[in-house]
Design a protein around this ligand. Structure first.
Ligand SMILES: NC(=O)c1ccc[n+]([C@@H]2O[C@H](COP(=O)([O-])OP(=O)(O)OC[C@H]3O[C@@H](n4cnc5c(N)ncnc54)[C@H](OP(=O)(O)O)[C@@H]3O)[C@@H](O)[C@H]2O)c1
Length: 286
């Protein structure tokens, strides 16, 4: 794979990563809980991603819980030195799979230790503090306490870089007063564009923006206009949605999630799709 085929590169922490990455959440079982129905296929997807040149994988120990990280370790350890593994903390799962906020000092410390253990690492490349003040909508609330915990863990050498997820501009500014921010990972795609201004603000500050649910997440994007554009460009709607994100800002890094090798390859191919301006305008109007 050449740089162009994976949409060029961007600095993430202290690694240079391709803008086309991979999100591992879909590798756990249904509802991101328990083991996958097809563990061999999960391993295949991870190895295929690396074979295709992907060097940015997004994960968390609360996927499964533990399962996704254990699959990553089984498939890819020892890791290539250029691979940037980004994880996130501040939630835990109860025995029914509910997502419970876990932002106290002891919970965050345990989460970092469990990520290290399950990934088989001595240090995590990037840890995103995932705000849990609201589930999929950034909501105000100070992050100083949990960030201080992560900074202490960083000073112990357990974390290399700190990022943020599900955060507001105010929380990003609060964090920037305490630490460099390696990346911001929020909910954003063709149909969910609340972060448009934030994306431009982060681009000016050279802080990578990583949209989660780039394809719509659990309910993948569907629209007649998206399908029409895709058909005119001989691409799939999912590929158009990814190409639109890549063209939205050079500062965007992609982590589309899939449990299927064929979907992984199709998503990677989206990096080669150049959307003419007239199509971008049609998609912007969705
Ligand atoms: N920070 C956060 O709070 C947060 C929240 C959610 C997710 N994330 C991260 O963001 C990553 C991406 O989000 P996501 O995986 O939830 O959602 P997504 O990338 O928007 O979409 C994944 C869904 O799209 C399907 N899909 C993927 N490629 C496809 C293709 N080429 N054709 C048709 N369907 C396709 C997948 O099903 P198949 O498995 O069948 O392909 C899955 O149902 C996650 O993996 C995770 O690492 C972070």
């Amino acid at each position: 794979m050449t740089t162009v085929q994976l949409a060029g590169t961007r600095q993430l922490g202290d690694k240079q990563v391709f803008r086309m990455g991979y999100g591992a959440m879909q590798l756990a079982g249904p509802g991101v809980f328990g083991p996958p129905d097809n563990p061999e296929q999960a391993i295949e997807v991870l190895r295929l991603a690396i074979e295709q040149g992907i060097n940015h994988i997004d994960t968390s120990d609360f996927y499964g819980p533990h399962i996704t990280n254990q699959l990553i370790r089984q498939a890819l350890h020892p890791y290539k030195k250029e691979l940037c593994l980004v994880t996130k903390v501040s939630a835990r799962r109860d025995d029914k799979g509910n997502w419970i906020p876990a932002m106290s000092e002891s919970e965050l410390t345990r989460a970092v230790e469990e990520n290290l253990e399950n990934l088989g690492l001595d240090q995590l490349d990037v840890v995103n503090l995932r705000s849990m003040y609201d589930v999929h909508k950034p909501a105000e609330g100070s992050l100083e306490g949990p960030l201080t915990t992560l900074l202490n863990l960083q000073s112990r050498g357990l974390i290399r870089h700190i990022g943020l997820s599900n955060v507001t501009p105010t929380q990003i500014k609060e964090a920037l007063a305490l630490t460099p921010v390696a990346c911001v990972q929020n909910y954003y795609n063709l149909a969910e564009r609340s972060d448009d201004a934030l994306i431009d603000w982060l681009e000016q500050r050279n802080i990578p923006y990583v949209p989660y649910f780039p394809l719509g997440g659990f309910t993948p994007l569907q629209s007649d206009e998206l399908s029409a554009v895709a058909s005119e460009l001989s691409a799939s709607p999912m590929q158009v949605a990814l190409a639109w994100l890549l063209q939205r800002s050079p500062n965007i890094l992609l982590i589309p999630g899939t449990s299927k090798p064929a979907h992984l390859l199709a998503n990677i191919d989206a990096a080669k799709l150049q959307l003419p301006q007239a199509y971008i305008e049609r998609l912007n109007a969705l």
